[in-house]
Write a protein that binds this ligand. Sequence first.
Ligand code: GUN
Length: 289
Amino acid sequence: MPARLIDGRALAAVMQAELAQRVAEQVSTGGPRPGLAAIQVGSRQDSTRYVRGKIRACEKVGIASFHHPLPESTSQAELLRLIEKLNGDASVHGILVQLPLPPHIDESVVIRAVAPHKDVDGFHPENLGLLAAGTPRFVACTPLGVQQLLLRHDVPIAGAKVVIVGRSTIVGKPLALLLMRKGEGGDATVTVAHSRSRDLPGITRGADILVAALGQPGYITADMVKPGAVVIDVGTTPTADGRLVGDVDFDRVREVAGAISPVPGGVGPMTITMLLYNTHRASQIQSVG
Ligand code: GUN
């Protein structure tokens, strides 16, 4: 029997409708309208598409968006000046700098320049550190989206064996921290594996929940999946003809897995949704002072 489909598009629509209501309530009771500034340097096709999707989603839920498209030739100093200005702008509660940046710009310097209380991407070391310390403020959007996909599809996380393939600072590492926390949505036994792990199929076959986040199309094959396992595909590699492909061999793995998220329409819409949630939370945190 083919696996149950974990439909991120449908869940994102439900969660965005919930959020739109909360934003409307906040604004109608005199609270601030949440505002998100989105900076894109250069014109990579995939980045343009992501940023456009994020801005469109802001409009849908009533979040104000401030788009800052900058030319590829923008210097690091110019970018840092813009971030500094947005850090001090009270109508901007969240700042996202779309990655990757052109090679002449040091991403880690830019990530550290965003005020931690406006870092709705959760990439600043202060926010990563808070998550590691067990007192998260902003958690990266993709890990949050994966956790919500599992929770809202009633996938048991507590006590489950989770294998995450991929150790990036944006996905693998924060997701591991999130799923091993104590309490709801956590309490999992987490293994972080990667392309250099010895006997990767042996490790992935032990997973009740397998998360593929290494950015290599079709890397996770059916023989790497335990029958009945829940498979979440974080991969989004753009193809030459403009499609997105995941890290999982979807057609074959769906014959083995118990549940599986597709690409597109799985994690991607949830990442955007969690960005909106973080921006709303940022507006609440900042209005309290
Ligand atoms: N590039 C790929 N994923 C992301 C993300 O979640 N946020 C930002 N800012 N850039 C990305």
